[in-house]
Every structure is written in C-alpha cells, then in structure tokens.
Design a protein around this ligand. Sequence first.
Ligand SMILES: Cc1cc2nc3c(=O)[nH]c(=O)nc-3n(C[C@H](O)[C@H](O)[C@H](O)COP(=O)(O)O)c2cc1C
Length: 327
Amino acid sequence: MFKIGNIEIENNVVLAPMAGVCNSAFRRIIKEMGCSLVYAEMVSDKGLIYDSKKTKNMLYFEECERPIAQQIFGSDKETFVKAAKMVEEIMHPDIIDINMGCPVPKVAIKAQAGAALLKNPDKIYDIVSSVVKAVSVPVTVKIRSGWDNNSVNAVEVAKVCEKAGASAICVHGRTRSQGYSGFVDLNIIKKVKENVNIPVIGNGDVTDIQSAEKMLSYTGCDAIMIGRGVLGNPWLMREIITYLNTGALISKPSYSERIEMCFHHMDYLLKIKNERVAVLEMRSHISWYLKGLPGAQRIKNEIFKVREVEDIKKILFNYLKELENKV
Ligand SMILES: Cc1cc2nc3c(=O)[nH]c(=O)nc-3n(C[C@H](O)[C@H](O)[C@H](O)COP(=O)(O)O)c2cc1C
C-alpha cells in the first residue's frame, strides 16, 4: 500500500493513461483485475474550457473505478487552473494529474503542451503550484526523463514539482525525442526516487513479472505504472499483483477467456459509446486480445469488414466454437 496525498492506494500497480484506450470500459476491466489506481486518458484544458461536448464526455467514469486520476494536458497556467477546477467540479476524481510527457507533435510542438513543458522548469513550478492551490484533491505530474538526450532533467523537474506541492511524480524513463523507441532508462527513475520525498511511480516497458520486479527493486520506486503491457492482456495486472503480494504464479488466460473478454469489453463499451464508435474501438482491442491465437489474422480481417456489433459477436462466437473443436 502507498499514499498519494490523503488517498490510500491498495497496492503498487497502476494503470497508465492511454489516449483512445483508457476510457471507462477499459478501466473497469483493469479494475476487475485488481489494479489499485487507474489513470484516465488525457483531456485537453482548452477542450474543457471551450465546452467541447466530446471532451466533457471523456470525464465519464463509474464509481467502481475509484480511486481514479484524471489527467489534463495544456500549456498555460490560467487554462490549466480553470480546467482543473472544472474537472474537480464535474467529476470529483480522487487525483488530478498534469501531463508533461506527451510526445506527439500536435501536443508537444503545435500546442507547446505535454513534454514541451519539460523545457521550462519555472513554468512547471507556476503551473503545478497554481493547480495545487486551485483544487482540493492531490495533484500528480507525469513526466518523461527529459526533452532529448542533451536535456535529461527529470530530477530537476521532479524536485520542482515536489516544491510546488505535487503529491506524487510518475516518470516514464524515455526522453520526448525517443518517443517509444529504445528502452526505458531505469537509472533516471532511480535518481528521481533518490532526490524527492513524494511517491515516485516508475513507468516504461513493464510487460511481465520480471520487468515489474526489476522496476521496483532497481529504482526503489513506490509503484509501477503499466501501459502497453495490458493492451489485449489485462490479466497481466492480476498476474503481477498476485505475484508481488504472494509470490504465486497464476496461469495465463485460455483461448476462450480471451475471446470472452472481447464480449465483456464490447458490452462495457456499448454502455458509453454509440455502436459505430464501439465497433471501431473494438477492432483494435480484438486484434490485441486475439494476438497469437491460431487463425487470428483471418478473424481480424473478417472483423474489419463488418460494422455491426451483432456481426462481430457472430464472428467471435463461431471462432470460439472452432477453437473449442480443435482442443
Ligand atoms: C496508445 C497510447 C496512448 C497514450 N496516451 C497517453 C496519455 O493520454 N497521457 C500520458 O501521460 N501518457 C500516454 N501514453 C504513454 C503511457 O502512459 C506510458 O507512459 C507509456 O506507454 C510507457 O509505458 P509502457 O511501456 O508501460 O507502455 C500513451 C501511450 C500509448 C501507447
């Protein structure tokens, strides 16, 4: 267990915010796997302020997802403060997170938000201290190791965030210019942990028990955050949490459990999105859930051709029967 401000987090495995993925449906599934804290996908400060319906809809969550952190991205103190207050009022999340890691050009270059903020520690202090003052919930900050190889400044940034009143810091051990290439740098996460007193959440390349253990033991971080590792494999959460708590190894999901998860995910998704959007989102999730299964490519091709949930269900149901007949 660890604490972020006054919020008790039951175990030390956290879901990473992932735009286009970590909506309420996916978070509920991850929560069912025992995850102690879920980060919702980022929302734009300006989107909230200019009353974008799409942005506001992104704040939807179910009580069973608590504790939940809502992430905001932006570039100016004023709009960050307004947006944080709106998030607090509309959603009452347990934690508000500030994005200082997003590398995509639309965010980090065009909007000078996300990882671009890493280039300006004074501005970071201003933003974090103002948001902390403006809301009553704990504020966390998610950063990368730096902008590029010549400006790795996560330690300095983490100290600034701590001084500004942040309640925890999450470090993805890659620079902005690395994107998702190369490997995570555990040394920078370790250095951050050695230099601040607030909880540090280590992030990057945790994909199995070994990498989870290594992140925790090598860096000394208080918790690990998992992103891509749970795409198509939410069971990884349960596997890692069980192992860290008890040392026990649990079996991998069967073929049928993986296909049943597609149905489960689709049911949750249909509660929050219309059929057209749910079908589009499920195409990616189904590809991930079926990865490595015999004949999966053929099924994926079939699913990409249909537009209705009933058709997807039929394809999956037939596939399930086909696989059951094989074993
Ligand atoms: C599809 C996708 C969307 C992401 N969206 C966000 C986001 O909204 N906010 C954020 O801070 N990081 C975002 N990230 C970065 C992840 O939170 C995480 O830092 C990164 O994937 C490294 O962790 P991993 O190796 O466990 O995936 C995203 C990553 C992916 C793959």
